[in-house]
Design a protein around this ligand. Structure first.
Ligand SMILES: [Zn+2]
Length: 329
């Protein structure tokens, strides 16, 4: 379903970034719209927008892939005490919005199906942005705070990727999709997550059958199973977050009990790889998350999985062989 919220999430959380302006811009827009405003000028947006970018530059000097940016230079100047606040705000109005107002509503190169504002910068009587109801509803929804937290998490991830040169795929082992709330949740601690939300997300793919024995799963319903054991996280685990969707399947109770804290036999693992590839290729909502967690191409995902399996079985050598009739190759 295309909703104002899912499109907003797609704009802010997914997609390529050449600068982090959209995070600051999105956060500022939500804050303004939350106050019930329907029109805002660049002069009104500038202080908060610039503040967010100044804070970000203190965290991480690289906020753009471009070699230079006059606007970011102004923010740096303010941080260094070389520019006063009024000058920063004036420069922000002049320089800071030039691309982001046009670029923000773009999704994969075309206009997003939901519009949040109308660009009225050229309206001489009342210049600025007309904030549409879609934005007000989003800003005043119960999920607005989550969007804010997700934006902040995504922003830090992009910064980290640029600063380290490591792709975000490696850095985002713990971005999980909660299908109950349809949220991406960034997990920073090795704490067991509430994984019940993945049932809805995965049950369609498994067609009500156990991922291991391939038998129909009886009520009261499937169990969310960590393929590579969750217990790894209590050890000095160096692999990807095993408490994430790429490593979760639905299983019947007997298989869950029999498997316990063991990885499945390696002959079963291609099923998981195929499952993840199928979800990605079918443009499932989990597509982006799975790619971020395990790799953008099938070859990278294959390598990620193999390495994770190798490390898991080094740490916990005992493996469990699923029953006959199972998905083994
Ligand atoms: Zn089973």
């Amino acid at each position: 379903m295309v909703t104002g919220e899912s499109i907003w999430r797609a704009i802010v959380l997914y997609g390529a970034n050449s600068a982090t302006y959209k995070f600051a811009f999105g956060a500022t827009l939500l804050e303004v719209a939350a106050t019930g405003r329907h029109h805002v000028t660049l002069e009104e947006l500038a202080p908060r927008y610039a503040e967010l970018l100044c804070q970000a530059l203190k965290r991480q000097p690289r906020q753009s892939t471009a070699s230079s940016s006059k606007f970011l230079d102004a923010c740096r100047g303010f941080n260094a005490g070389e520019l006063d606040r009024d000058t920063l705000h004036r420069r922000t109005v002049q320089l800071g919005f030039s691309n982001v107002i046009d670029a923000f509503p773009q999704l994969a190169g075309s206009q997003a199906p939901v519009r949040y504002y109308e660009d009225q910068r050229k309206n001489s009587a009342n210049p600025g942005l007309l904030l549409r109801d879609e934005l007000s509803e989003l800003a005043q929804s119960a999920h607005a705070q989550d969007l804010d937290a997700e934006t902040a998490a995504r922003w830090r991830l992009v910064e980290t990727a640029w600063a380290t040169g490591i792709s975000d795929a490696v850095l985002t082992p713990s971005l999980v999709y909660d299908s109950d709330t349809q949220h991406l949740v960034l997990q920073t601690k090795h704490r067991r997550k509430n994984v019940t939300g993945v049932v809805a997300a995965l049950s369609g793919y498994q067609d009500g059958r156990c991922a291991y024995c391939n038998q129909p799963m009886p009520t009261p319903g499937p169990i969310v199973e960590h393929v590579l054991p969750w217990k790894l996280l209590t050890r000095s685990w160096k692999g990807p977050d095993v408490d994430a969707i790429w490593n979760l399947v639905l299983s019947c109770e007997p298989c869950n009990r029999a498997k316990w804290d063991r990885a499945p036999h390696e002959t079963w693992m291609p099923w998981l790889e195929q499952r993840n590839n199928d979800l990605i290729e079918s443009r499932h909502p989990l597509r982006e998350v799975l790619m971020v967690q395990t790799g953008a191409t099938a070859a990278i995902r294959h390598a990620t999985l193999r390495l994770a399996y190798q490390r898991a079985t080094e740490s916990l050598p005992a493996v469990w062989t699923p029953p006959t009739g199972a998905h083994v190759s």
